[in-house]
Design a protein. Sequence first.
Length: 317
Amino acid sequence: MSENLKIIYMAGGAEYTIWPLQRVIYSKHTLLHVYTKQPKPAGRGKKIIPSALQNFLDENKITYSLPINLKSQIEIDKIKKMKPDLILVFSYGHILPNILLNIPKYGCLNIHASLLPKWRGSSPVQYSLLNNEKETGFSIMVMNEKVDEGKVLYRERIAIKENDNTYTLLEKITNLACNSIIKIINKYVEGSIIALEQDHKNASYTYTIKKNDTYLDFKDDAEVVLAKVRAYNPNPGAKCIINGELVKIIEAKIENMHDNINPGCIIDERLLISCGSNAIRPTIIQRSGKKMLKLNDALNGWKVTPGTFIKNKIEEV
């Protein structure tokens, strides 16, 4: 029988990070405190809008902190004073210093959204989609001082469907992880599950998605273009320049094309776009300063002329 643990939860602010927290709350364990990221300015007014997780914490009167730097002695002392048995981390975005990793009795566990050692780093879901992979999953790992190199307690696989994007895939992975997280924590504390060393020589790495990464290059094959659309949906969105206007392609589909047409050309009035091979038909787009619309609605009052070439931001600079 595992003991009743005192747990600190650390996570970014997205809605899906609430779900593992709820599993901790509904378990026999005690939630001591939550650490989350400071919300960033958003929208035209650059207002500070609380994250979904922060709203949940406020609504449920759960104490939390928004530290800028976990290495500060103030934060270290505060965590020591709470005397946690375990820290559970999910999609937090801050690197935990070694001194912090050693504070909890049972260390720190991380839910990572890939099958480690594949896709270590900050963007594992996006990279699985960018590489048109057929499956991914999650790993529960005992954290060490190196990024995503700790011993793995548990992995579980999930199929990637053709209509998956980063949002839907993260939802599926998180739901799957929620089904097992408390059970794995209990087994880990009991000593009935063994943490296994990763196969470091087969590791692959991801990096933070940069703004220029999100611009589409239609010289790529349609499969590569569609992979970017899926990977950057919903945020930050796959972008291109149509009629001098920044447009995000939120969803799209591939259409076969046998004619030899230069990449980036609008082929018809329904916004079929030629690629290095085949073509892409956007199905949901977002024009600059406007809301997401299905293609038919977006084209009402907005003329795109066949023969026009789409630009990407990189080419314009």
